[in-house]
Every structure is written in C-alpha cells, then in structure tokens.
Design a protein around this ligand. Structure first.
Ligand code: PLP
Length: 443
C-alpha cells in the first residue's frame, strides 16, 4: 500500500462526483467519461490505498538502490571489451544467476526480455514455428489467458494453426486430465497460465507439466502474476518455458524473463546484435535487470511469510464483501493468489464503482489494466460463466504485502457504501427490485 499520510478519510458517501459524472457511465458504459484529466492525483496530506497490485507494484527501496549505480556510475555497455564494460557484464551475469536460482533453473536458461508480453510472444511463436517444421500445428491453451497469449494465438490461427481453448470451470481452474484429453498427435504446445491476473486462480501447473512431459509436448506457463508470490521450481514442475515480469513483484517496469529449458529450440523475436546468446538482440537494460534480480530475491525469501499474512487479509476482505447482497466472489475461494479479491455485483457498472472508490482514495480495477479502456466485459469472467450484465459490474482489489486490517475494513465499508449508492440510482437495479428482471445471484 502507498501512503501519502496515514489519515483515513471517513467512509461516507459524500462523493465529489455527482450524478452527472456517473450516470453516463452507468447508462452507456462509456469509458470516455472514466478518463478525467481534471481528476486530482492524491497530494501530501491525502490518503490513498493502492489496491491494484495485479496491475503493477511499487518498486521496493532495495531494488531502486540496487539500480542507481548502473544509472549513474557503471553505465558501460556489457558488450564492450574494456574493464568498465566488463564490470556491467559481470553484474549482468550475477543477476542472471540470482534469477535462475529463484526459479530452480540454470543461468543459461534465462533470457532477458522487455517484460511478460514479449516473453509470452517469443515462447509461443517459437514453439509453434518449430512444431510446424515437424508437421505439428495444434496448440492447447485456456479461454482465460492474458491477451499477450490469446492475441499471439489469434495470429497463429491466421497462419493455419489449430488452437484448442479449454473451458475453465466455474472456479476458473482447468485440470491436467482435461489437458491430457485435448492433446493430439499434432500438438506442439500447451500454454496455461500459472495464476490468473483478474481472478487470481492458480492452475495445477506441475500436473499439467507432467502430462506434457509424458506426451512429449512443450509446456509454457505465463507466470507473470505468480512469480514472487507462488513457489516456482521449473524442474519439479516440468516447465519447458516460463514468462515473468519484474513490475509485478516490486521491480522495475519494462523488464522480464523468458526461461527456456536447455535443449528447447528458441526462435529470435528481435533481430540484431548477439546479446542473450543471439536469442534476443538489443543492449541489455542492466539497471533494470539488476533491479529485477534484487526484487525477485527479496520476494522469494519473504514469500511464505508474505503469503500467510496476505491470505489472512484477503480472506477478511472477502468475508466483508460477501455480506453485500446480490454479489459473488469470482474464482476459487482458496486456490487463488494471496492478494487477489474479485467480485461481481448485480446492478452495478464497474467503471462508476471505480470512479467513486477513487474518490474515496482507493485505487482498484474492474479487470486487467490492459483491458480497462475497452467496453467489452472481461473475457475471464465470461469464461467462468458470468453473464454479461454481471460481468460489467466487477471489482478487483489486489492488495499488497503491507496492507493493514484498518485498510481492509475501510475498503469493505467503502465498497458497501458505493454499491448501495449506485444501486439506489440505477434504473436497472429498480427493475431487479420490482421483479421486472431476474436476479443472477442470491441475497
Ligand atoms: C498474466 C499476465 N501476463 C502477461 C502480462 C504482460 O506483462 P507486461 O506488462 O510485463 O508486458 C501481464 C500484465 O498484466 C499479466 O498479468
């Protein structure tokens, strides 16, 4: 959580937003109204609860400190032969070693990328193209992957690949048996995310990996939301390729990793120099790589302690929001990320909910940050079977490691207050109350 100072504003609905601000969004779902250039950024003396850690996290002081020497002092190019450049090269390799050991990998299996999207693209395109050379053009994934995966699969479909998107159950989880049943003679890749960015559900990656290894099919997992929060051991979990992104675990933005098991062929996405053993061209972003290694090291050493505390806080928040009538938790109650809470509320338009929560000093999201400019309901919520009208009324609160009980209780009170306020002025809600429409959830 980010505190400008520790004074909590009282959770009353004396919002600075008026009905004219919110009504167009409720009626039209028009996100143009959601982007208000005049919206003030919290200033000194104001309080803000940052509950959007799935979108991005605050960098840790240690990661910032680790980066500074490479911005100010050791700015040499790791490809240069003189000692000043070689210092950068040595530190780059030390960072690679640290990251590899956090994943149970060999340093030669770590490729630095610009983030999770690039890592996903490279892993999937590479596995698909090398499969195609052997006449294998079938790929298995799920309907609730991140768009970095789904849009890459769309591209491959246009190139003649056959893609099976497995249905996820109402709890947002696929089983290894379902993956096994979908594998065919011509399957070249299974790509299933470790943890979902919207509803936080955790997939049985070790079991899926075991099935893929047994069947001789490559297994990639998008671990962008999992890295630093859930244990990763690429060998024990039979993972062939894995993507992660530093800004999800208090590292810098614009840097990530693609793990590729030794022996798995890897195609280059960005051509040019011979950096990253010819697999990813471009002068290495040494400061960010060092910052990422530091952040991952800290996240991994504190993982158990953080998970225990955050799970307790998450469950307190879920219990509080469960008391709001005609709302329901999205995703499995326990097999979910320690910091993820995601609810649907009937009779609510997500964008108005977010604006009013912002007004109460709470940074939240209604889905993934990447889709929050789109009018479509979340593909993840549709995949778990939520009807359109409730999928539009979703709220994701992704809490941080240092969230307090007081902040959780404030969020419960604020969400309860705002949901009631919005329902009271919603014609859609009136129809539900008058029995003109049917409820989706129970009271
Ligand atoms: C599951 C998942 N995959 C991929 C990405 C993309 O990562 P990046 O922002 O580093 O490109 C994200 C980012 O939100 C994500 O949550």
């Amino acid at each position: 959580m980010f505190r400008v100072n520790s004074r909590i504003r009282k959770p009353v609905c004396n919002s600075r937003l008026t009905i004219t601000d919110v009504l167009p969004i409720m009626l039209l779902g028009n996100t143009e109204y959601a982007v208000r250039p005049d919206r003030p950024v919290p200033q000194q003396g104001e309080y803000m609860i940052y509950a959007d850690n799935a979108a991005t996290t605050k960098m840790s002081r240690e990661a910032v400190q680790a980066m500074l020497p490479y911005l100010e002092e050791y700015y040499g190019n790791p490809s240069s032969l003189y000692a000043f450049g070689q210092k950068a090269k040595e530190d780059l390799e030390a960072a690679r070693q640290k990251i590899a050991s956090c994943l149970g990998a060999d340093p030669r299996e770590i490729i630095f990328t610009s983030g999770g999207s690039e890592a996903d693209n490279q892993a999937i395109l590479s596995a698909a193209h090398s499969g195609a050379k052997k006449g294998k053009k079938h790929i298995i994934s799920t309907a609730m992957e991140h768009h970095a995966v789904l849009h890459t699969l769309d591209k491959l479909k246009k190139q003649g690949f056959d893609v099976t998107l497995l249905d996820v159950h109402a709890n947002g989880i696929v089983s290894a048996e379902e993956v096994r049943d979908a594998i065919r003679e011509d399957t070249c890749l299974v790509t299933v995310m470790y943890a979902n960015n919207e509803i936080g559900t955790i997939q049985p990656v070790a079991e899926i990996g075991a099935v893929c290894r047994e069947k001789g099919v490559l297994f990639h997992t998008d671990a962008v939301q999992a890295a630093g929060h859930l244990p990763i051991d690429v060998k024990a979990q039979n993972i062939d390729m894995l993507s992660l992104s530093a800004h999800k675990f208090h590292g810098p933005k614009g840097i990530g990793v693609l793990f590729v098991r030794r022996g798995v062929p890897l195609e280059t996405l960005i051509s040019g120099g011979a950096q990253e053993r010819g697999k990813r061209a471009g002068t290495e972003n040494i400061a960010s790589i060092v910052g990422m290694a530091k952040a991952l090291e800290i996240a991994c050493s504190n993982m158990e302690k953080n998970a225990e505390r955050m799970t307790a806080m998450r469950d307190r928040l879920i219990a509080g929001l469960d008391r709001i009538p005609y709302g329901e938790l999205n995703g499995d109650r326990t097999r979910r990320l320690p910091g993820n809470v995601n609810f649907c509320f009937e009779g609510i338009e997500g964008e108005s909910l977010l604006l009013l929560l912002d007004d109460k000093g709470i940074c939240a999201s209604s889905g993934s940050a990447c889709t929050s400019g789109s009018l479509d309901p979340s593909h993840v919520l549709l995949a778990i079977g939520r009807p359109h009208e409730v999928a539009h009324g979703s709220l994701r609160l992704s809490i941080g490691e240092d969230v307090t009980e007081e902040e959780i209780d404030y969020m419960i009170a604020a969400v309860t207050d705002v949901v009631t306020y919005l329902r009271n002025m919603s014609p859609f809600w009136r129809d539900l109350v008058n029995g003109k429409r049917k409820h989706v959830f129970s009271e």
